[in-house]
Design a binder for this molecule. Structure first.
Ligand code: PLP
Length: 374
């Protein structure tokens, strides 16, 4: 069903893929048996879980399907990695521009007198590898660096990070919530031990995700209870959503290049329209970034007011990370990359998705020009 909004906030959440939706309904209405039960009625849901695990493992280059542990989404996977997988006493290193699911999990460790160091980033949002080299030591148990940033889209050089963590024998986690299903992600090539992903960021349903855990590492459970998820994450599985997540991921991965070309085209058209209106703006982030993720700062404007005026015109964008849109201050990411003050306040995030059209992006540029020029 089509609504009347122009939805340009695809980093906040995405429209459910139709095939994913169709794949989930039989597990709500027909094959609703608890997959842990031994009777034959449970077979369909049990097999569906296995199939979904295998599909997801293949999509991210995991070697074994039991490396995929289903969770409720990115926040849970991130909390598990930071609070549990870092062990009882080791130090943690992360970056200054992580999502709050990581940063607040780190704050929680700090409250328990655990040491956390925050790697700085350059003006494009790329982590300072030398800073990591200085911080890492034999007492580091976990390094957690996001694969792609949710505000500015910058992709981090994870391979370099993994060379360093391997030398020091500590675990490497990546929050790949914005990357999975949008750019090629291969856990083996990246050299990560743990990876967080969330279905609703890649056209799956909200409230479901997974944690990839390399087979040769052992981690403690996040939720105690029954024996689900290899005794690591108790609770009856959300079979329908898990199935839909696997279909959505497979569909996005099959069309990753096609989607990238489309999103980059829409992005360049939007920026070229804004330029042709003569607006004064800068684009934040690195050239190596998520396709369709535009963090844009307009000189002398208020991001918050741009968001509300666009809303009145039926256009959805964000001022920073979705969870931060109520917070009118300049985001920690925009601060960390040192956007000049005269631009920083006028920052909005436009994130284009696979269902957006050229017509919609032209309308976004037209409305921005109308609002800014008055
Ligand atoms: N990590 C990143 C980079 C995100 O962008 C988000 C959501 O915005 C999360 C984690 C949290 O994911 P979820 O909404 O599935 O809890």
């Amino acid at each position: 069903m089509k609504n009347n909004y122009i939805y340009a906030d695809n980093a906040a959440t995405t429209q459910l893929d139709k095939e994913a939706y169709e794949a989930m309904t039989p597990f709500l209405l027909e094959h609703y048996a608890n997959p842990s039960q031994p009777y034959s009625f449970s077979r369909a849901s049990k097999n569906a879980l296995k199939e979904a695990r295998r599909t997801i493992a293949e999509c991210i280059g995991a070697e074994y399907e039991d490396e995929i542990i289903f969770t409720s989404g990115g926040t849970e996977s991130d909390n598990w990695a930071v609070k549990i997988c870092s062990g009882d006493s080791g130090d943690v290193i992360t970056s200054a521009i992580e999502h709050h699911a990581i940063l607040n999990a780190c704050r929680s460790l700090e409250k328990h007198n655990r040491k956390v160091d925050y790697i700085t980033v350059d003006s494009k949002g790329v982590i300072d590898i030398e800073c990591l080299e200085r911080m890492i030591s034999n007492s580091t148990s976990l390094v957690s660096i996001m694969l792609a940033n949710n505000e500015i889209g910058t992709i981090q050089p994870l391979q370099y990070v993994s060379e360093i963590t391997r030398e020091h024998g500590c675990l490497l986690h990546t929050d790949a919530v914005q990357a999975v299903g949008h750019i090629p992600v291969d856990v083996t090539k990246l050299g990560v031990d743990l990876l967080s992903a969330s279905a609703h960021k890649f056209n799956g349903p909200r409230g479901v995700g997974f944690l990839y855990k390399k087979h040769n590492i052992s981690i403690a459970p996040f939720i105690d209870g029954g024996k689900q998820e290899y005794n690591l994450r108790a609770g009856t599985e959300n079979v329908a959503s898990i199935v839909a997540m696997s279909v959505a991921l497979k569909n996005n991965c099959l069309k990753i290049k096609e989607n990238e070309i489309k999103l980059e085209y829409l992005e360049s058209q939007l920026i070229s329209d804004l330029n042709s209106y003569g607006l004064d703006f800068i684009i934040n982030g690195s050239k190596n970034k998520l396709p369709g993720n535009i963090s844009i700062s307009f000189k002398g404007c208020e991001g918050e007011s741009l968001l509300h005026r666009l809303d009145l015109m039926g256009i959805c964008v964000s001022t920073g990370s979705a969870c931060d849109s109520v917070n009118t201050q300049i985001s920690h990411v925009i601060k960390a990359i040192n956007v000049p003050v005269e631009y920083a306040n006028g920052t909005i995030r436009i994130t284009i998705g696979k269902y957006n059209t050229l017509e919609e992006m032209r309308r976004v540029a037209y409305c921005l020009n109308k609002i800014i020029k008055g």
